[in-house]
Design a protein around this ligand. Sequence first.
Ligand code: IPE
Ligand code: IPE
Ligand code: MG
Length: 249
Amino acid sequence: MSKITLNSKVNVPNHVAVIMDGNGRWAKQKGKFRIFGHQNGVKSVRETIEAAAEIGVKVLTLFAFSTENWSRPKREVDTLMSLLATSLKKELKSLQKNSIQLRAIGDLKNLPEKAHKELKEVILKTASNDRMILNLALSYGSRAEIVNAVKSISKKVVNNELKIENINEKTINNHLYTFSLPDVDFLIRTSGEQRISNFLLWQIAYAELYFTNTLWPDFKKQDFYNAIKEYQNRERRYGKTSEQIETNE
Ligand code: IPE
Ligand code: IPE
Ligand code: MG
């Protein structure tokens, strides 16, 4: 593949979200167990984080484990959780070096104690880093997040802290796990699947979508740059006409 030179000065998406898919198929193609794919996927996570930080992405949200993934065989779930704990421990140093702040969204209390503890520790230790936010979606489901938001908003209404007529899009935003983050500009999914799989349904309302056949363990810096290059050539019209966008109307 020819190397693509990227203009990292213009039109870099602020918030990139990635559905990291295809680990199992990657391993299977090599005659190995699915777990081998997950282990190799960690390298792609590292490259994607570095690549995003280097071009000035401000928020990178990675879908690492969905609420639905709890239904996988216990052995696979256990391995994924221990891989999470060990990777967090290992990556702390490079997060600090690159001034990357770790955050997490999802039903985190469902994580095994070791992974949860490691996660909280890295979040705490990187809290003042300000180059990029790395937001891990763990035990995450978008519908569960929305249900959660509806409950919090309803409580406020019942307690007279909020009037129904004052509920607007901002109110919903403010009650999602992603309350302090900007909307997703660019959503990447690897492995050829073209679906959202219950990921950030509200937050991707106007995101540009990008699907690649590359399986996650094969997804490297250059693949990320190729994706960004395509983003830079898209015109985000938000319902307006092309002419309006050109003249900044
Ligand atoms: C993505 O790869 C990793 C997780 C969902 C945790 P998969 O494990 O879904 O790999 P495929 O889609 O079965 O190939
Ligand atoms: C989505 O991938 C979840 C993550 C990447 C963590 P899945 O492989 O679980 O999604 P489906 O089953 O193909 O929808
Ligand atoms: Mg999959």
